[in-house]
Each structure stands twice: as C-alpha cells, then as structure tokens.
Design a binder for this molecule. Sequence first.
Ligand SMILES: C[S@@+](CC[C@H](N)C(=O)[O-])C[C@H]1O[C@@H](n2cnc3c(N)ncnc32)[C@H](O)[C@@H]1O
Ligand code: SF4
Ligand code: SF4
Length: 378
Amino acid sequence: MSIGPNLRWIRNHFYNRLLNPSVKIPTYAFITIETVCNSRCGYCDMWKTKRGNQPTTEEWKTIIDDIRDLGAVTLTFSGGEPFINKDLFELAAYARSRGLITMVVSNLSLFNGSHIEKISESFDFFGTSIDSTKPEVYKEIRGVDWLERNKQNIKKITDGLADLKSSTAVCAMVTVSNRNAGEIHDVLHMVFDELNMDTISFNLIDPQGGENAGNFVPMEQQIDIYKKIILDHMSVYPIMNSTRYISQFGNFEYKCNPYKCIQINHEGTLISPCLFIEGRNFNLREQRLSDVWKAKSTQEIYSNFSDCRKCNLGCVAESAWSTYDLNFMINEVLRGTLLPTLKRVRDRNRKNTRKVECKLEYPRIEYKRQEPVIKVIN
Ligand SMILES: C[S@@+](CC[C@H](N)C(=O)[O-])C[C@H]1O[C@@H](n2cnc3c(N)ncnc32)[C@H](O)[C@@H]1O
Ligand code: SF4
Ligand code: SF4
C-alpha cells in the first residue's frame, strides 16, 4: 500500500530508531542535477567544473523510482545551477507525481515568466539564493550583477504563484558571510516585506566549500548580532532554521547518520556515505539503486559514519536532528517552521500578507579587511 509523505516520515523514524534494522530506510534524497554554473560566486567553485556523462531522462526516472521505492520522503535538486539542466522540470514533476516532496535551489538567472506554472507543478519548495540587499555587495559575493533582476523575478514568482493559488513555497536561501552579516536585518525585511517570499533559510559559510571560501568567514561579533537578529524575528516571520540551529550556530552538536540521505551526483552516481566524503561510488546507470542500497557492504559504509560530524553545515545538522530526534521534529520543524510557512503560503494566496513595522535596531559591524569597526545605525 502506498502511504503519503507525512506517514512515510513517521514510519521511517520508528522503523529505523526502534527496530535498528541492518538495512535502514532513507528519508531524504539529494541530486546534484548539474554541476556547471553560470554564476561566479567567490565562496563556491562549482562554476569551475565541467559537464559530465549524465543520465538520460529515462535513466533519471528509474533512479527516482528507486528513491521513492526505498521509502524516501523528500527529493532536492541542486547544483551547480539546476535550471541549466533541460530535464529539471520534467524530473521534478515526475518525482512529485510519485509522492516525493520536491525542492530545488536556483540562482534564478535562467528564469522567465513561462516557468511560473512549471514551478507550481513541479516543486513543493522553490529556493533561490539571495545574499544581500545591495547590488554592489551582491556582486562582490556572487561575482555577477543580478540582484535587481532577481528581485523583480522573485516578485513575479510570488505574485504568479498567488494568482495560481499554488501550494509551492518560495524560500530565500541566504549564505551568511562577513560581507553580508551586517545587513541580515535588512535582508529579512526585504525577503518578506518587499519580495513577499514565504520563508527564509540561513546557512553559515562553509570555509571548505571553495578555494576562496575561507575569505568569507564572518567575524565573531558579526555572528553574535546575526544570531540575535534571527532569534528576535522567529516569532515575526516563518524562518526555516530551528532555534537549536541558531543557538549552536557554527558549532553543531549532532550525529550525522548519513543513511538518512541518499546523495547522487550529476552523473547518476550514488556517493556513499555523502558528497563530502567520497567513500564509495556506485554507478546507478549500471546497477539499480534499490539493489545497491540493500547490500550489506553499502549499509556498512553508512554505519561506519553514523557518528560523523565533520560538516559544520546547518543543513546537515538540522536534517540529522530531524531524523533521530522526535521532539526536535515536532516542536522545531513542524510547529516552528513548517506550519508557519504553510500559513504564510495560504496568506500569500489570499493576498493577505502584511508588511511588518519593525522598530528593532542593531549595531552594524561592517566587514573590513583589517579590524572590524562597530557603528550604530540610527
Ligand atoms: C551550491 S548552490 C546550488 C544552487 C544554485 N546554484 C544557487 O546558488 O542557488 C546551493 C546553495 O549553497 C550555497 N553555498 C555555496 N557555497 C557555499 C559555501 N562555501 N558555504 C555555504 N553555502 C554555500 C549557495 O549560496 C546556495 O544558496
Ligand atoms: S553558489 Fe550556486 S550560483 Fe554560486 S557558483 Fe555555486 S552553484 Fe553557482
Ligand atoms: S557529517 Fe560526515 S557523513 Fe555527514 S554529511 Fe558531513 S561529512 Fe558526510
């Protein structure tokens, strides 16, 4: 019998935690659908990569069938720039029709108005990166001058989805670095009050994420203020990060349990245990994911890394907590982030979102190449 995503999530939790089976059920899946990228971000090297030998549409669909049949709940398409891949919408719509909750993260450069209906049909969560309110800072971080155009396109998407009464939530993905940490308060208000987006997710820069990513790590004082700004706004806006994430910011206490997430690269290769540690690769065009996953030797790779916490990435820590901590899932994820986001989508569709008059002020620690300088903005 086929069960819906919510029940699947609960089934996976109890099956994996209580029975501790030798073959675990994965809950999340992640496909780097395309490695190449047309942006030039300073903290990411994806744009320096080349296209690979990629699966055909039908081969991808077989992989998606297996992801679903293994019991996964969500499927995220990322990159590189996912919009570069001609199969993106077809594959996401297919995955959704198979009962997976679908997500994507895009730099929005290839968006045009005709995509709005496809976004609505293909994705439950549509994420787009937006790191700054200032064109010159956006350009400095991301190497391209796309802020104003992307803002206009985000408005078209949120308005268009509201007209369609779509259930798709539009999420701002903000990578926090020393360049934008001083303007996080402005970013929050721009995302909700100006762009009418449905939710926001903050991720601290990973210094290992690119050759020059270390140059973007925020200063300690910036992090303290940035944490406070987000915590102060948790009850005001639907923020995708949990309070646990914000409180442990940059020093996460978690056990990865990498079996929770099937990670597949652009060539259709399962990377076990994860894309950060290339333990063992399985070509899913030659072997079925369902067979590979259930092999004793594959499960051993995952169990060898069950205590790993090498990543200091919020998304990894949060998805780990979600998989083994029921209290976190119910109170932080469901009540703290998902329900407020769904309410915001409903209000958006009723054209009933309101601008927040915010009187809060914060010291603004601007990035300086040498010593940071504190100046209070009135
Ligand atoms: C790798 S990108 C792929 C999707 C798309 N190209 C985009 O930028 O939205 C996914 C997310 O990772 C973030 N990212 C890239 N490099 C990072 C790093 N070194 N540390 C933390 N996040 C990073 C990006 O800002 C983006 O929000
Ligand atoms: S962060 Fe996204 S847009 Fe920027 S270079 Fe990396 S993949 Fe491209
Ligand atoms: S914590 Fe370890 S196993 Fe988990 S995603 Fe990071 S590197 Fe991989």
